[in-house]
Design a binder for this molecule. Structure first.
Ligand code: ADP
Ligand code: GLC
Length: 481
């Protein structure tokens, strides 16, 4: 199969959260199945090692309105596998900034441009994909283009698949994008892409893609409800027959404690003694007291409402004050949340450490060095960190929502076969209960080790996910009219 992915993030070149990891992992797995896979992403100013990229198309005229000079870009490339390449859309005015999602005025234009450029690159190269797989809101108007403006081109027979990694972010932007993409005016209708007087990118993708997927079976159910639907549940219900949830996987080349180069010592499920060395290393690095007898709980996260970390704030001091836990957080986002967590670390300097910012090496060290990993999400489409935690023998403490509910099996005193601690309510008392459970589990090292073993033997592979995506691609191809 010829498969084109279009994504605003692609690890290791660009990553703001799990999306970059998910697309990179899936592309690798599809290529390993023998398919021809290309993935298109913008060439942000922050993309490392740009000198290593080759040129695929020196000057591509992209089919958008406006100044022809501004509508031209260069397409760079790098090989990922024998039949897989990453293509980067180089356009300094749109993507030259270092941030992936900068607060730029032309956000609608810059978001559409790389998707349109991806289609035009395929046409220019006469490489016609069987499936065009779009990721999240920035790519939402591509299935709309394929059903309208691009219908009469060679791409008119390509199937489209949209994966929703996060329904909260929809791209509700100016209707000026309609003439920019040469889209027909009739699309500006409440049953189409119109929304509150603007254009809703994700809604366009939901209505026009041949198949819609999201990143876990539970989230696929949740988004059909008003509670989790962010206003689009009605349109998702219309597409229910074409909606599936496919769990993300773990890229074991990146997230494997036996080979991870970021760690003080490597370890595996058979020999966990070196995990203790990772804990000590992390404690030293963060100036925490080097205690091995109390659990170290970690967080690596975007600090936004989704992640529910505001709900943990009133709870953590109770445990830190009594010396029951140590705590480390790495993240950035909402300034109030950042400040509140910084204050927590100031108040408990021996037992809590907070690092604001993005730091990939530290993220790996936290996964390895902690005993538990906290994810009290209000909603979680899939979540990768709980999967990484399990692979590292670090017990996830999660709220039963979305992919967290699908991947972590709860431990309790009666059933010793859990892989984590799962709680139901999205509130502080539930988090307090879960941390108490963690302390109880840690106090019996026999039980703790057994949960660690179960967690480490849980398998979430991209190869399994790729096979499910291939089934979805086949049925998308069948529904092309
Ligand atoms: P989301 O995509 O909603 O942010 P996921 O759990 O799917 O949540 O993925 C988050 C990814 O981003 C993980 O790989 C995590 O390690 C990484 N990450 C998040 N915040 C940071 C940070 N501050 N520094 C380094 N990595 C981070
Ligand atoms: C999103 C979701 C997260 C998911 C990731 C990759 O950012 O918030 O739950 O794991 O995408 O699919």
């Amino acid at each position: 199969m010829k498969i084109l992915h279009i994504s605003p993030e692609l690890t290791p070149w660009s990553k703001a959260g799990g999306l970059g990891d998910a697309v990179a992992g899936l592309v690798k797995a599809l290529a390993a199945e023998g398919h021809e896979v290309h993935v298109v992403s913008p060439l942000y100013g922050s993309v490392p090692d740009q000198e290593k990229l080759g040129t695929l198309i020196e000057s591509l005229k992209v089919n958008v309105a406006g100044d022809p000079l501004r509508a031209t870009c260069r397409v760079r490339k790098i090989a990922l596998a024998p039949k897989a390449e990453a293509w980067f859309i180089e356009h300094n005015e749109y993507y030259g900034a270092r941030e992936i999602y900068p607060a730029q005025e032309n956000v609608a234009e810059r978001s559409c441009f790389f998707g349109r450029a991806a289609l035009d690159a395929c046409l220019a190269l006469n490489w016609i994909p069987d499936v065009i797989h779009c990721h999240d809101w920035t790519t939402g108007l591509i299935p709309v283009l394929l059903n309208t403006t691009a219908k009469g081109t060679l791409l008119g027979k390509s199937a489209s698949v949209l994966t929703i990694h996060n329904l909260q972010h929809q791209g509700l932007l100016s209707k000026r994008i309609i003439p920019f993409l040469h889209l027909p005016e009739w699309l500006f209708h409440p049953d189409e892409i119109e929304c509150y007087g603007g254009v809703n990118f994700l809604k366009g993708g939901i209505l026009h893609a041949h198949k819609v997927t999201t990143v876990s079976p539970t989230y696929a159910q949740e988004i059909l409800t008003a509670e989790y639907g962010f206003g689009l549940d009605e349109f998702l219900r219309r597409r229910k027959a074409d909606l599936t949830g496919i769990l993300n996987g773990v890229d074991m080349e990146e997230w494997n404690p036996a080979t991870d180069k970021n760690l003080a010592k490597n370890y595996d499920a058979k020999k966990l003694t070196n995990k203790a060395a990772c804990k000590l290393d992390l404690q030293k690095q963060l100036n925490l007291s080097p205690q091995s007898d109390i659990p170290l709980i970690g967080v690596v996260s975007r600090l936004w409402e989704q992640k529910g970390l505001d709900l943990a704030l009133p709870v953590l001091p109770k445990f830190l004050r009594n010396g029951k836990i140590q705590f480390v957080l790495l993240g950035s986002g909402d300034p109030t949340l950042e400040n509140n967590y910084k204050k927590l670390a100031e108040d408990f300097s021996q037992s809590a450490a907070v690092r604001i910012g993005y730091n990939n090496a530290l993220a790996h060290q936290i996964e390895a060095g902690c005993d538990f990993f906290l994810m009290p999400s209000r909603f979680e489409p899939c979540g990768l960190n709980q999967l990484y935690s399990m692979a590292y023998g670090t017990i996830p403490i999660v709220r039963a929502t979305g992919g967290l509910a699908d991947t972590v099996k709860t431990w309790n005193e009666e059933s010793a076969d859990g892989s984590g601690i799962v709680f139901n309510n999205s509130d502080s008392p539930a988090i307090e209960w879960a941390i108490n459970q963690a302390i109880k589990l840690y106090s019996s090292q026999k039980d703790f080790k057994s949960v660690q073993k179960t967690a480490m033997s849980s398998q979430f592979s991209w190869s399994t996910a790729a096979k499910e995506y291939l089934r979805t691609y086949k049925s998308a191809i069948q529904s092309v009219s």
